[in-house]
Write a protein that binds this ligand. Structure first.
Ligand SMILES: [Zn+2]
Length: 146
């Protein structure tokens, strides 16, 4: 009985060592991928997508300065695009947190106004995040609004 449990214990030790190796390998891959994806100069955004209450409100080129006013039953948000950057300029939501989220310009950066259920996110110029839209089953608009 004693030798059996010893054998079992050794086996477990081997397994756990393998598991640790696997975890290290996964973590290393994840860290490497992170650096590849976040490499500077590769993630400049080209479009700004506005989603209000789960519905696509519009997609706007980041290269054109404009002010987007979104009025919903719950309140108003004003998004400003200038010099390739976008930010929440005005909002009458109770927390005002969206206005403190800063300027966004890189792909996958976003500004979210939770009280107004508003999501503003940066996409690549060629609509790189199309895969994300497929997941949610939303229609994929081909045209860029000018
Ligand atoms: Zn807000």
């Amino acid at each position: 009985m004693l030798s059996d449990s010893n054998k079992w214990g050794r086996k477990m030790e081997l397994l756990s060592r393998k598991d640790v190796m696997l975890v290290i390998a996964i973590l290393t891959t994840a860290v490497l991928l992170h650096f590849v994806l976040e490499a500077p100069g590769q993630a400049e955004g080209g479009q700004l997508r506005v989603v209000a209450d789960g519905q696509e409100y519009g997609t706007y080129p980041l290269g054109e300065d404009r002010v987007i006013e979104i009025v919903q039953d719950c309140g108003k948000n004003v998004i400003h695009i200038e010099g390739g950057y976008a930010w929440m300029e005005e909002a009458d939501c109770p927390d005002g947190y969206c206005m403190r989220q800063g300027r966004i310009h890189q792909v996958k950066q976003s500004v979210i106004c939770l009280p107004h259920r508003l999501v503003v996110e940066v996409l690549a110029a060629d609509g790189e995040q199309a895969d994300k839209r497929e997941e949610t089953g939303e229609p994929v608009p081909d045209a860029v609004v000018h």
